[in-house]
Write a protein that binds this ligand. Structure first.
Ligand code: FES
Length: 129
């Protein structure tokens, strides 16, 4: 069944997350947390010509939040910053491919929210230069 395949992919990403670990000398980094459970995440970015050249994440959280961060960081390499800012929670929903309650949706979008806040905070900083 398709559902199980997607669930297995999430478990795989949770067990062996991609792009996990702090980055030396990132161009931007940002921190986010889910106040309901206390899970937190830090996103590190290397950016060149407004394109994500490299990304990693660190932190701790439930299977959905960690798998989502792992899958999202895989997908955003090579994306433009303006594309990142346009990503919606539906993007994450489609990426995970499993039904998500409102509470689980918060877990699933923790990495996206943190990423977007990091990018927009960096944008503000750049504008001031
Ligand atoms: Fe904390 Fe999911 S339970 S992010």
């Amino acid at each position: 069944m398709g559902f199980d395949i997607y669930q297995e992919e999430i478990i795989e990403h949770y067990k062996s997350p991609h792009n996990k670990g702090a980055m030396d000398h990132p161009d931007l980094f940002g921190h986010g947390n889910n106040p309901v459970c206390g899970d937190d995440i830090t996103i590190y970015l290397k950016i060149k010509n407004d394109i994500i050249e490299d990304v990693s994440f660190d932190g701790r959280g439930c299977a959905i939040s960690q798998a989502s961060a792992s899958m999202l960081t895989d997908r955003i390499k090579g994306m433009k910053l303006e594309e990142i800012e346009r990503l919606s929670p539906d993007y994450v929903k489609e990426m995970l491919h499993i039904p998500l309650s409102a509470v689980r949706m918060k877990c699933a979008t923790l990495s996206l929210k943190t990423l977007q806040e990091t990018v927009s905070a960096g944008g503000v900083k750049n504008d001031m230069h």
